[in-house]
Design a protein around this ligand. Structure first.
Ligand SMILES: *[C@@H]1O[C@H](CO)[C@@H](O)[C@H](O)[C@H]1NC(C)=O
Ligand SMILES: *[C@@H]1O[C@H](CO)[C@@H](O)[C@H](O)[C@H]1NC(C)=O
Ligand SMILES: *[C@@H]1O[C@H](CO)[C@@H](O)[C@H](O)[C@H]1NC(C)=O
Length: 515
């Protein structure tokens, strides 16, 4: 029996009348849409603004021709319409050249391919995310985490085997599993439920080809007798420091589709604490992304010139069991953004609008585009764009000492770690300002890492990273009064601290902390 994704029919039928996004707009029709400025200013002095993206019910002001000319996008065969419409509203034009585009929404590519990205270019992937995007890797990496940190923390993915190498282990699990078991078999890199099959008998197991065999979760939570799964959109803007956002709405896939918010309403009406379910979902998403951290960061160091160049949207497929515990079924690194219904279009349209705002596209310096063209090394003039490029090479000796020191304090208590905020270095100010600016552009995304309660996740990182400690401490100190944190950073930026200075007052007094 060949079925689509876990027996859920994957097409969607409209259930409610949601505002539909019809593109293109009728030409010549009177246009009463509100006009929005083309640029979102930074919260901080001397930082570059970012480009504004809208949904169809707004229009975006035109930039002066000089700047507008730089708004180039590279199309790929997989660029979804929702992305095309959104960038067109911000007056991007398509380019065929390889060096002058600012953004591309395309295929994942082999890691060395990332070397070709200029410091002014953004691609919607990080190198190495297939470590969670391929089901066999996801399982292996999460199993590794389970071995290290225990079942208590890492028990949210169905038992999975990779054939042919795991055939003996599978045989044993099968024999221990008793009668009436169900397993799902699928090709290792299948997307969107292609080639998935459910089997009940050992004899049904194909032996000759690579295969992923996953224990079927016995008792899913049912609504009126129907199974469903959740498609949750997760957006990572940076891996170092790690910043993860989750879109507040999503899709619930029954025989037809519903908005996630409609599911929360339904469960809420049954007296179920949906906040608790949402908290659990966030927890397993953070842990899954952390499982890919060492791999992705290594490849970033090897192949990517500027952290600005990478960002990625993940589609997490999650199912709730009869106890309303969420399980991760798979992680899609190229989640479908095609829309078959008004509901689809509405959710995905808002999500992409917010995502592109969060991404923080900047108008490049002309030299960057030219430099990329002549394939010279990138310009390092980080004028005013304190938030443009951050390369470790720019760090002063004192900053290096500070950055090397804190990650060695793995088991230090919070009081000690909070000293990381005592004297902020130029790099600290840049990282914190960038992060506050980003937070300010989050739209309907919620940041789940770092968060006021994210300290507990630091132990799951294979290597503790300095910027993760810094942002975590900052969050603990300022989450309940962001204004206070922002005004502190603002005054530091006003003094130009983030641009680097030799004024000793602004450099960490490492002697105090090195004992
Ligand atoms: C629901 O769960 C959240 C998160 O655990 C908790 O803070 C809240 O108090 C719970 N609400 C109720 C009504 O039990
Ligand atoms: C995940 O598993 C793969 C294959 O076993 C391994 O090569 C990779 O290093 C692992 N990734 C992480 C982040 O541990
Ligand atoms: C936030 O901090 C500012 C500046 O210190 C202070 O004036 C304000 O009262 C604080 N707000 C809250 C809600 O604590």
């Amino acid at each position: 029996m060949w079925i689509s994704s876990l027996e859920f029919v994957s097409f969607c039928l409209p259930l409610c009348l949601c505002p539909s996004i019809e593109e293109p707009m009728l030409l010549g029709a009177e246009d009463h849409r509100e006009e929005r400025p083309a640029l979102v200013p930074s919260l901080f002095p001397l930082f570059s603004p970012t480009l504004y993206f809208s949904t169809a019910n707004e229009k975006v002001e035109l930039l002066p021709a000089e700047q507008r000319r730089l708004l180039k996008w590279k199309m790929s065969t997989v660029t979804p319409n929702v992305v095309k419409y959104t960038i067109a509203r911000s007056h991007f034009r398509v380019t065929k050249k390889s060096h002058d585009w600012l953004g591309c929404w395309g295929h994942h590519m082999k890691s060395p391919g990332f070397k070709a990205l200029g410091v002014h270019q953004k691609l919607n992937h990080f190198p190495g995310t297939f470590q969670i995007g391929r089901k066999d890797r996801l399982w292996r990496n999460l199993s590794k985490m389970q071995l290290r940190f225990g079942k208590q923390e890492f028990n949210f993915f169905p038992r999975t085997f990779v054939l042919p190498q795991d055939i003996k282990l599978l045989r044993k699990a099968w024999e221990d599993g008793g009668s009436r078991q169900k397993w799902i078999i699928k090709p290792p890199a299948s997307a969107r439920g292609i080639g998935i099959q459910v089997i009940h008998k050992w004899g049904q197991m194909p032996r000759k080809r690579p295969l992923l065999v996953q224990k079927y979760l016995h008792k899913p939570y049912l609504i009126s007798g129907n199974k469903f799964d959740l498609r949750i959109y997760v957006y990572v803007t940076s891996y170092d420091p790690l910043r993860i956002y989750i879109f507040s709405d999503g899709l619930v896939r029954f025989a037809s589709c519903k908005a996630l918010k409609a599911l929360w309403q339904y469960l809420g009406s049954k007296g179920i604490n949906t906040t608790l379910i949402w908290e659990k979902i966030k927890d397993i998403i953070i842990k899954t992304v952390i499982a890919s951290d060492p791999y992705v960061n290594n490849l970033m160091k090897m192949h990517v010139r500027s952290p600005y160049s990478c960002h990625e949207l993940f589609g997490f497929d999650i199912m709730l069991d009869e106890n309303l515990k969420p399980w991760i079924l798979e992680v899609n690194i190229s989640p479908s953004l095609h829309s078959n219904t008004a509901l689809d279009a509405s959710i995905k349209g808002q999500m992409i609008r917010d995502l592109l705002n969060l991404a923080g596209f900047r108008i490049p310096q002309r030299e960057d585009v030219v430099a990329a063209c002549s394939s010279a090394t990138s310009s390092t003039s980080s004028v005013c764009g304190g938030n443009r490029e951050r390369t470790k090479l720019d760090l002063s000796a004192d900053e290096k000492v500070k950055q090397a020191f804190y990650p060695t304090q793995r088991y230090a208590d919070q009081d000690f770690l909070s000293t990381v905020l005592e004297v902020l270095t130029p790099e600290d100010v840049r990282a914190l300002a960038e992060s506050e600016d980003e937070m300010n552009r989050r739209g309907e995304f919620e940041r789940i890492f770092p968060s006021p309660s994210s300290s507990r996740y630091l132990r799951f990182f294979e290597s503790l990273r300095y910027l993760n400690i810094l942002l975590d401490q900052w969050e603990q100190k300022y989450w309940n009064n962001r204004t206070k944190g922002i005004s502190l950073l603002r005054s530091l930026c006003q003094d130009g601290i983030h641009l680097g200075t030799s004024d000793p007052a602004h450099i960490v007094r490492n002697g105090q902390r090195m004992k």
